[in-house]
Design a protein around this ligand. Structure first.
Ligand code: 6PG
Length: 497
């Protein structure tokens, strides 16, 4: 074939799907994978696609040297390999195979953002290192993912045409459009080195929290309101038509209404309640702790997965504390559901507020100047947390790029004022009936803390000063000097430190 425009190294699920997506858009692609099965599978699927539309050409090569020879210059090579050491070893092999300083290597895996920063420094002068975080899973990669690009800015002009072509698209109202329809692409250059992977990490933190909130609403409906999975699925399906419209709500509605093909029982009832994780939620939580940014719901979602994993201990505790859970009588179903709807809306918005606050703080520290309207924009389609109200978030940041906290945007203040009583009512009901809602309750506490003029941190500072002479500031000292109080039997004395 003519020289390939772009290469993909790693033809597993994500790499192969992105290759097929590139072929759909008419690009000639070269592929490489050390695994022969992966190569064969990619070849076969590319052949079937060629029979369908015959647009792009695909060739797999047997060595990295051949792969480099098959590409136009500057060579553009995307990696879809496991995050971590493999990324570095493939890059080293590419350098040995003859990669040149102008060539571009794009890491599309779920890499740790600090690794991307390190790689940009490490490979300077040897190649142009670029990263692009991909969200949307296998289907997204195949028909339109959300793409968060960052790295060497001079590489973006070369990478851009590919990413804009294969990304998911939205219409002028911010709604996702079909695979081959025209629209605004959900792909953007977000900043230097680690920015793209950082934004994706926070995306995943929000994803963890949003999933946990939906799971807690399901649990509440099942335990407190005694609804069946199918009934809960129908409620979710109805909610998905309105303000709660999102991909995660849509798939939850579908899952809850499905039957297990083996037993015929509701499918969710046969799935073991032990959640697993690959680590991006943990990374977000650790980062929030390190940055001193309150993102309790993201951390809570990680803890909830951890606690679900302690199944044997939970079974013993459930037997030991029999009185803790009771079903509710005399609950008005319509009111309870309406409250729960509002709970999800407020909590979900608050989770996004935590995520954007985290990004804002890191962006300021790293000097990235992240554009939050742009980030909300490229999350409107293709990614796992795509949701109708990302259009509202986009507009909130367009109206005020310096927005201190998402919850302080005019449009959201009004909506939360309207819906927060339902949020409190569901939380109280869950607590009274012993149904755990860790993400919902911690989100409400975050909100209440946010709106609290005086927090009990005054007592906390006094405690720290008491036992450790850590000093405190006074509310009546505008110059903010530091003081220490010495305690003795006779009297207490304040000194300026
Ligand atoms: C995405 C997803 C994707 C992956 C998660 C799953 O945006 O496409 O977030 O990256 O599905 O990493 O994470 P856990 O296995 O940790 O739940």
């Amino acid at each position: 074939m003519n020289q390939a425009k772009i290469a993909m190294i790693g033809l597993g699920v994500m790499g192969k799907s992105m290759v097929l997506n590139l072929l759909d858009r008419g690009f000639n692609v070269a592929g490489y994978d050390i695994n022969l099965d992966n190569r064969n599978r990619a070849n076969q699927e590319a052949k079937s696609l060629a029979k369908l539309h015959g647009k792009g050409l695909f060739v797999t090569l047997g060595s990295l040297t051949q792969l480099l020879a098959s590409l136009e210059t500057p060579r553009i090579i995307a990696l879809s390999v496991p995050a971590g050491e493999v990324v570095d070893s493939v890059i080293e092999e590419l350098i040995e195979a003859g990669l040149e300083a102008q060539d571009i290597v794009i890491d599309t895996g779920n890499s740790l953002w600090t690794d991307s920063e390190r790689r940009e420094r490490q490979y300077q002068g040897k190649l142009r290192f670029f990263s692009t975080a991909v969200s949307g899973g296998e289907v997204g990669a195949r028909i339109g993912p959300s793409l968060m690009a960052s790295g060497d800015e001079s590489a973006w002009q070369y990478v851009k045409p590919f990413w804009l072509a294969i990304a998911a698209k939205v219409d002028s109202q911010g709604m996702p459009v079909g695979q081959f329809e025209q629209g605004e692409p959900c792909a953007a250059y977000l900043g230097p080195a680690g920015a793209g992977h950082y934004v994706k990490m926070v995306h995943n933190g929000i994803e963890y929290a949003d999933m946990q909130l939906i799971c807690e609403a399901y649990h509440f409906m099942s335990e407190v309101l005694q609804l069946t999975p199918v009934q809960i699925g129908q409620v979710f399906s109805r909610w998905n038509q309105g303000a709660l419209n999102s991909y995660l709500m849509e798939i939850s509605a579908e899952i809850l209404q499905a039957s297990d093909p083996v037993s015929g029982k509701p499918f969710v009832d046969v799935v073991l309640d032990k959640a697993e994780q690959k680590g991006t939620g943990l990374w977000s939580s650790v980062n929030a702790l390190q940055m001193g940014v309150p993102a309790p719901t993201i951390a809570q979602a990680v803890f909830a997965r951890a606690q679900s994993g302690q199944k044997a201990m939970r079974l013993r505790a459930a037997r030991a504390f029999k009185q803790q859970r009771n079903h509710a009588d005399n609950i008005d179903l319509e009111t309870a559901l309406s409250n729960l709807h509002d709970t999800l809306f407020c909590a979900k918005l608050t989770v996004y507020a935590q995520g954007f606050d985290l990004m804002k703080t890191t962006s300021d520290t790293e000097g990235w100047a992240l554009d939050f309207a742009n980030i909300a924009k490229i999350w409107r389609a293709g990614c796992i947390i795509r949701a109708n109200f990302l259009q509202d978030i986009t507009q909130a940041y367009e109206a005020n790029p310096e927005l201190e906290n998402l919850l302080l945007a005019e449009r959201f203040i009004e909506q939360i004022e309207l819906k927060s009583s339902g949020w409190r009512a569901s939380t109280v009901q869950a607590v009274l009936h012993g149904v755990p809602m860790p993400a919902v309750t911690s989100t409400l506490s975050y909100f209440d803390s946010l709106c609290c003029e005086v927090l009990p941190a005054n007592l906390l500072q006094a405690q720290r000063d008491y036992f450790g002479a850590h000093s405190y500031s006074r509310v009546d000292d505008i110059e903010q000097h530091r003081y220490h109080l010495t305690w003795s039997d006779e009297k207490i004395i304040q000194v300026r430190v």
